[in-house]
Design a binder for this molecule. Sequence first.
Ligand SMILES: [Zn+2]
Length: 323
Amino acid sequence: MNSKVYLGIDLGGTKVLSAVINAKGQILSRGKKRTAKVEDRDQLVGQIIASAQKALHEAGTAPGDVAGVGIGAPGPVDTERGVVLEMPNIPVGCLHLRSELETALGAPCAVDNDVNVGTLGEFWRGAGQGTSSMVGVFVGTGTGGGIIIDGKLLRGKTGITGEIGHIVLDPDGPECGCGRRGCLEALASRTAMRRRVERAWDEGQGTALKELTGGVPGKLRSGAFRKALDMGDKLATQVVRDCAINLGYGAVTLIHLLSPERIVFGGGVMEALADEMLPIIEGIVAERCLDGCAEGIEIVPAKLGDDAGVLGAAALAIEIASE
Ligand SMILES: [Zn+2]
């Protein structure tokens, strides 16, 4: 019997979630701390460790019982060295997370990008189960992805892979969060959808979205789009449809390049709008893929929600503990 436990940590711009997880992928306990107001690296590392200690305490586990630690961070990661190069939403600079956490928690630690880690979580315990190749596409504030081939995360030469949000769809298109133009993320993400609605407001177009959010663009969450769709709102319908069409073009490229068994769509936008978006994505794939190449490839919603991050991080921990 395997009684080892692992720590899976999901670091985000507003909070850090830790979970003690066994080898079967069962979550035994959780710990959560805020990261929104951290001022420097030491405070951030302090919050990560405090969330881990809370989870360990809840599970009645001593730090010495942990066989491995995995963490997903919101930015590009040098996975070889366990260093987060930068985090746009937590501006504390470059962070040697692996060495910090190994010292504090006394177990081997693996670090990877949060979207790669979320993809690994869905592959291990969620919508990717039973496949050996899948792509995860997460649509939220931005749009990111992860690629699994033959049961392993594709890490490529630099470790920066699966940057699906930066497939260029329109070289002269709107500006992207990355500072370049016309990336998928600039056309299909909550930020892109919000920008379209703001423009329509400025042009005086009537929409239920305005009443639903009190005219405050910052309140345009995915739930507001959901409600507006249910009310038959024309602008919301158009914006959601265009977002899904662009995600469909992204999926066409993924299928042509990788022929994965499954593409799993997750993230806040999808959690609210998958019922509308997935059929549109499937339609674009059927229309635009080369003959036969999309046959049998499944396009499905993610299953794990927020737990994808801690579970994927635990999968990383299991991998590093067995090396
Ligand atoms: Zn971009």
